[in-house]
Ligand binder design. Structure first.
Ligand code: SF4
Ligand code: SF4
Length: 380
């Protein structure tokens, strides 16, 4: 059984990890070429990815270097950024220009959730996308959804006739997580016969760098299988999922993913049992379930690099040694960014977080860990 693998463009290769627009063009071109050469065609970008520069990067790496009929391009309407109804038209036209195309194969209402749903209804975003489809500017309309199953149900009842598919966060760690409920969301999409694209199968890398104990379990069962392959196979094994997105930024990753998806095998019961154990181990070892999507950072008045701090925090919480390099990293980052203690509790970040994390509460824990006994260099 073959399933589609999509090239996720949220984490493209960069020359400087602190500059989201410093694309490593040479590597990106190679990744795109390898992906297409192996017969895969689906690319998923968005207006907001990489500080609003990913669409342009994909125009240069993909659209300007390959025939339009050789790939499918998906991008997304940034619901969060809409200030009025007219913004949809402006942004859509800008996106066509950014990407250098005259139509999108797949177009999604981006990051749908209760924080933007009302605005979306008021501005007629579902009708807007349907109109663009009838004009031939979009082939398939969908939405990327990050909220509770009840809202998904409500949207599919009201606007299901305007949606060809839904994109859901499907991975084994979020399967039963109360703040994501991936399993229930998928059941609802299946109930309304909406084909599903799985996003975040590796949860922003969390399911690639699993704790040692979890890795040993997986390797003992199948030494040849990569840790990431378990996550991809889990997402692709679910009923109704026709495509799994993976953010690939090395040739090895692409080759591993392609090999897996070209000869795709559904997980067996023994493998599901191992995953259940792995979930427990990861949950016991992960303090903050952040996917590093960066949605929270754009509006932060204090320029606090929230996901970077959470990654350091998760890492330090797994460390047993009294000295940790994470402390050094924290101090370095804090020179040019807001410290966790500078948070003013405005909660803009929490409204934007698709994982519904209590960010301000976690930042307090970050502050306790990294700032209490540490001398942080003062910013000028
Ligand atoms: S609550 Fe804190 S971290 Fe969140 S946006 Fe406001 S200042 Fe930034
Ligand atoms: S805190 Fe939430 S919005 Fe911010 S990077 Fe993590 S998952 Fe994304």
């Amino acid at each position: 059984m073959e399933k589609r693998l999509g090239f996720g463009c949220m984490r493209l290769p960069l020359l400087d990890q602190n500059d989201q627009a410093s694309f490593d063009t040479e590597t990106l071109n190679k990744l795109v070429d390898t992906f297409l050469a192996k017969g895969f065609t689906y690319f998923d970008t968005a207006y907001t990815y990489h500080s609003y520069r990913a669409e342009e990067a994909m125009r240069k790496a993909l659209v300007e270097r390959h025939h339009r009929s050789s790939f499918q391009l998906a991008t997304k309407l940034p619901l969060r950024d809409l200030k009025d109804r007219d913004d949809m038209e402006h942004i859509f036209n800008e996106q066509l220009e950014n990407c250098g195309v005259d139509f999108f194969d797949y177009y999604l209402l981006h990051n749908m959730g209760s924080n933007v749903y009302e605005k979306c209804c008021k501005y007629g975003a579902f009708d807007f996308a349907a109109k663009k489809k009838s004009e031939g500017k979009i082939k398939f309309v969908g939405m990327s959804f990050h909220d509770m199953p009840e809202l998904l149900d409500e949207i599919l009842v009201k606007y299901g006739d305007r949606l060809d598919f839904v994109q859901l966060q499907i991975n084994y760690i979020d399967w039963e997580q109360p703040n994501v409920q991936a399993c229930r969301c998928l059941e609802i999409a299946n109930k309304y016969n909406k084909p599903v694209i799985a996003m975040e199968p590796c949860k922003g890398g969390t399911l690639v760098n699993v704790p040692k104990e979890a890795e040993q379990l997986m390797k003992a069962y199948n030494a040849a299988a990569s840790i990431a392959s378990w996550a991809l196979r889990f997402a692709a094994s679910q009923q109704g999922v026709f495509c799994v997105l993976s953010g690939m930024n090395s040739i090895e990753q692409i080759e591993d993913n392609i090999a897996l998806m070209s000869d795709f095998k559904t997980l067996n019961n023994e493998e599901y049992d191992i995953i259940e154990k792995v979930v427990k181990i990861i949950n016991d070892n992960t303090a903050v379930q952040c996917t590093a999507c960066e949605y929270c950072t754009h509006g932060c008045p204090k320029n606090i690099p929230i996901p970077k701090y959470f990654a350091l925090y998760n890492s330090i919480m797994r460390t047993t040694s009294s000295f940790s390099s994470q402390m050094v990293y924290y101090n370095n980052i804090a020179i040019s960014h807001g410290k966790a203690s500078e948070c003013i509790d405005c909660k803009q970040c929490e409204l934007a977080c698709p994982q519904h994390l209590p960010i301000t509460k976690h930042l307090k824990a970050v502050m306790e860990k990294f700032e209490k006994n540490s001398i942080i260099p003062t910013r000028k």
